[in-house]
Ligand binder design. Structure first.
Ligand code: ATR
Length: 264
């Protein structure tokens, strides 16, 4: 039986096994998908297990999306440009790092039917998921990207990777058409201390968090009359793209599958 994993630390919260095991069963694939908590010094050994084909592939989550890169033989163009890997495959004798978060984010935004072309985008946060979001936004031809992060240095670092982003200090809220919460604020019911009351309705409030389903950030956006969307579809699309890379099958989306991700 083939074995797949998601690696990260912490990993307990991950719902990837629910989704992948469901799709494996649906498609009669003789494989299993599990989560495993690793320490940083265990990454090299783990990837070696893919190289010697004891493990068939893995997803990578926080905080290892960059740490895995030195141990891989090849990177896809998108993984290379974002320096972020969330899926590892074994192809023609090589371990290959891919980034399916970009696809996940793009598909999720497209599903909102909110046209973000030529729009002003304000991103809160500069952590692990941001390079993928910026890459996808650039692909979708947005007008401007502004970033704000508590630790400004991390926003400055992103600017060296993507020269078209602007930075504002944490606590400031510039005019925007779309605001994206890419921080972890909201996972534990925290509020984001920004004043959105000048926000005219019809904007898009997007949260990368999907558990809880509606963070305080989304609640406030909705109260002010804006469109809101959580990160669930992004999560599902990134998983579907990883599934396709490993099994060459496009998994189907259905109600039962969405139910597997309801855990709040
Ligand atoms: P990492 O920062 O290790 O990449 P992450 O989960 O990808 O981890 O990102 C967490 C994001 O949430 C960061 O942008 C973080 O801001 P800092 O870079 O300043 O740490 C942000 N974040 C977490 N807790 C926060 C808080 N209490 N206030 C503001 N931002 C917070």
């Amino acid at each position: 039986m083939k074995k797949y994993f998601v690696i990260g630390n912490p990993i307990n919260h991950s719902l990837s096994p629910n989704l992948h095991n469901y799709w494996l069963k649906e498609n009669n694939i003789n494989a299993a998908y599990d989560k495993i908590k690793l320490e940083k010094n265990e990454i090299a050994n783990f990837i070696n297990e893919i190289k010697n084909q004891k493990i068939s592939g893995c997803n990578v989550t926080v905080p290892f999306k960059k740490n895995v890169i030195p141990f891989l033989d090849k990177l896809s163009r998108e993984a290379d440009q974002t320096q972020s890997v969330n899926t590892i495959t074994f192809e023609d004798g090589c371990t290959v790092g891919h980034n399916t978060d970009i696809f996940g984010f793009q598909k999720a935004i497209e599903a909102t039917n909110y046209n973000i072309k030529d729009k002003k985008i304000f991103i809160l946060g500069a952590g692990g998921v941001c390079p993928s979001i910026i890459f996808a936004l650039n692909k979708m031809n947005v007008f401007k990207i502004i970033i704000s992060n508590r630790t400004i240095q991390k926003a400055e670092n992103l600017k060296t990777q993507f020269d078209n982003v602007d930075i504002v200090e944490w606590g400031n809220c510039p005019a925007f058409d779309v605001i994206i919460n890419a921080t972890s604020l909201g996972l534990n019911n925290e509020k984001i201390n920004l004043n959105f009351s000048n926000t005219i309705n019809d904007k898009l409030f997007y949260d990368t968090i999907y558990n809880p389903t509606e963070t305080n950030f989304l609640k406030e956006g909705k109260k002010l009359g804006n469109h809101t969307e959580n990160g669930k579809l992004m999560f599902i699309y990134q998983a579907a793209e990883a599934f396709k890379l490993w099994h060459k099958i496009e998994p189907k989306f259905n109600k039962e599958m969405f139910k597997l991700l309801e855990n709040d």
